[in-house]
Design a binder for this molecule. Structure first.
Ligand code: PMT
Length: 407
């Protein structure tokens, strides 16, 4: 499956650099044409000759020295590559990639690449846990880099913790998955999922929000991506890591979520709105922290735009799935929302039931359809519920296709 592919291995300066030799060797054995770029730091740990002996190709180290027949090394390497893998990726290369720097051959080549880039961090555990490193990794994930998480254990320096380069077998497996992705039943569908609660600022330090953790929306995004869909995830603030392969758009307020969703709406086939959008926001946001007075404080609220209602009004080819978080009269309230917002399906959860709704890993839902059907689902993991919801979406799309043909 890897035979005939071109893979660029970027080696940076860490003690795990020698493990990149094993990776190069495994790839060559699998029939891959391997080109290696070494940074100056990497060459402190290993000599280029070792990679040349394994790959059968000259190691690339200089932005300004092109091999015979090549005009610009970085563009040639980027154009030929089916995939690039940075092994090991030091804290320094993560920072440079996150900033979009191009100050050596490796960074310049990666900037010019349109192929998938796998990044395999390896460093001291304290460095790995550092907020700057974690923020750089989050930034790279958001931009579509695939991070092969390091393993946890005793390190060469004697410290314990996360930061050991992932096993070469794991890196090989990820390369295989990326170059030959599973073809799921949602392949070809572009989905927009919203998640989390919005925050409506009162003053610079306070806001109105709700108890949504984002778990339901992130599970929906993960399940869709696992099944081959292209996924945009528009998310309010959460503590969750974005699922791999998902394009994440961060928002804070309902107004920001509205803008992000409306911009993406024409490009997507399905919208699933699991977010708990604040219905109201303070009419005025104070520019300074509001001082404590002896009396109470009256906050005047005004209505936020109902995003799902607007989507329903402007529906073209899209399928619209809403959620309803109810504390009483679940079915009747949910049915009213389904009709008012012009939805194709509504997932109603009674958030008073143990194991359902906000913050939990599980949910209990009723799927409600415009033709009056109701499917009651038992308590299940949010990821399993997500799969059930995507199964229904597929069925609704199939029905819509049959109707179009009949028309
Ligand atoms: O995030 P978790 O902790 O996992 O919790 C999951 C959940 C309980 C938040 C989720 O399962 C859920 O029920 N989400 C919808 C919550 C909600 O806001 O329900 P609602 O009945 O107020 O709104 C109905 C629908 O309209 C929702 O799809 C909502 O996204 C949408 N809406 C609401 C208000 C608004 N201004 N704009 C909207 O688009």
């Amino acid at each position: 499956m890897l035979k005939g592919k071109h893979i660029v291995i970027g080696v940076t300066g860490g003690i795990a650099a020698h493990r990149a030799l094993d990776l190069a060797s495994n790839l060559v054995k699998a029939g891959v044409e391997v080109h290696v770029i070494m940074t100056a730091g990497a060459r402190e740990f290993i000599r280029p000759l070792a990679f040349e002996a394994i790959s059968g190709n000259r190691v690339h180290v200089d932005t300004f020295k092109a091999p015979p027949g090549w005009r610009y090394p970085h563009l040639e390497l980027a154009r030929r590559a089916d995939l690039a893998v940075i092994v090991p990726a030091t804290a320094n290369i993560l920072a440079k990639l996150a900033c979009g720097m191009a100050d050596d051959l490796l960074t310049t080549t990666v900037l010019a690449m349109v192929c998938p880039v796998l990044v395999c961090p390896a460093m001291n555990a304290y460095m790995y846990r550092n907020q700057a490193v974690q923020e750089n990794l989050s930034c790279l994930r958001r931009r579509g880099f695939i991070i092969v998480e390091p393993s946890v254990g005793r390190q060469a320096c004697g410290d314990e913790g996360p930061g050991r380069l992932a096993d070469v077998a794991v890196i090989m497996e990820r390369i295989g998955q990326v170059l030959d992705p599973p073809k799921g039943d949602l392949a070809g569908i572009t989905a927009l999922v919203t998640a989390g609660g919005t925050r409506e600022p009162i003053d610079p330090v306070r806001y109105i929000s709700n108890r949504s953790s984002g778990k339901m929306g992130y599970a929906l995004a993960r399940a869709a991506a696992n099944r081959g869909a292209g996924v945009y995830l528009v998310s309010g603030p959460t503590n969750l890591e974005p699922p791999e392969g998902v394009k994440l758009v961060h928002v804070e307020t309902a107004a920001e979520m509205f803008r992000a969703v409306m911009e993406l709406y024409p490009r997507v086939d399905v919208v699933v709105k699991a977010a708990a959008v604040a219905d109201y926001r303070p009419r005025v946001t104070a520019t300074q922290k509001i001082k404590k007075e002896d009396d109470g404080l009256v906050l005047e609220l005004e209505k936020n735009v109902d995003i799902l209602l607007e989507l329903g009004k402007n529906k073209r080819h899209q399928l619209l799935v809403g959620f309803a978080a109810e504390t009483e009269d679940l079915i009747n309230n949910a049915r009213r929302k389904l009709v008012k917002k012009n939805l194709d399906m509504l997932v109603a959860n009674d958030v008073m039931q143990p194991g359902a709704g906000f913050g939990t890993d599980t949910n209990i839902a009723k799927l409600i359809f415009p033709d009056g059907r109701i499917k009651s689902l038992p308590l299940m993991d949010k990821l399993e519920l997500s799969d059930r919801i995507w199964d229904e979406v597929l069925q609704l799309r199939a029905n819509a296709g049959q109707k179009d043909t009949a028309d």
